[in-house]
Design a binder for this molecule. Structure first.
Ligand SMILES: [Mg+2]
Length: 182
């Protein structure tokens, strides 16, 4: 079984990183707490006059490198690997790639270990990557192909309106992925 695992909002805690960076950069402006997020894209959570601030936060040098890991993510990847799954990291870099791309590699090396660098796929279109499963927090993933993978949502407050997909966390992945007894 080949499993694609998204990074932001799944392995890297984008929400916590964003909150902390926001509070440092704009201590006088309220941050939308992660638990209250309702939109998959953080920029949609803020009024138009603050969207430039949002953009500034996650385009800043060091933002992606500094993201804390989602607890249990590394252990789950290693367990899936040990079970014989072909696990790949599959992430969409910002089009403004200057810091994001290299920092994603740095993050993987630090948080998961250098062996995972060889398993990192950066793509703007996940639908063209062949796999059995994609674990991703974003409810809507568009691209040029009909995906071969089942999209399983990594459960987050901002994707709970989507009832059409199975969902998991790094606490429940075993039951969800292997519930058919495979
Ligand atoms: Mg994501």
């Amino acid at each position: 079984m080949r499993i694609l695992v998204d990074m932001d909002g799944v392995l890297a805690d984008f929400e916590r990183g964003f909150e902390e960076a926001w509070q440092t950069a704009y201590p006088d402006l309220p941050v939308v707490p992660a638990a209250e997020r309702r939109h998959p894209l953080v920029q949609d959570e803020y009024p138009p006059e603050l969207r430039g601030h949002v953009h500034t936060i996650f385009h800043a040098p060091g933002f992606f490198r500094a993201l804390p890991p989602v607890p249990g993510g590394r252990a789950a990847l290693e367990a899936l690997w040990a079970l014989g799954c072909d696990v790949r990291l599959c992430t969409t870099p910002l089009l403004d790639y200057r810091h994001c791309v290299v920092e994603k590699y740095e993050w993987v090396e630090r948080e998961l270990g250098p062996a995972w660098l060889d398993r990192l796929i950066l793509t703007r279109d996940k639908t063209i990557i062949r796999a059995d499963v994609l674990i991703d927090d974003r409810p809507q993933l568009n691209g040029s192909d009909v995906p071969t993978w089942e999209h399983i949502l990594y459960d987050q407050p901002y994707n709970r309106a989507d009832r059409s997909k199975r969902r998991l966390t790094w606490q429940t992945w075993r039951e969800v992925l292997f519930s058919d007894g495979a």
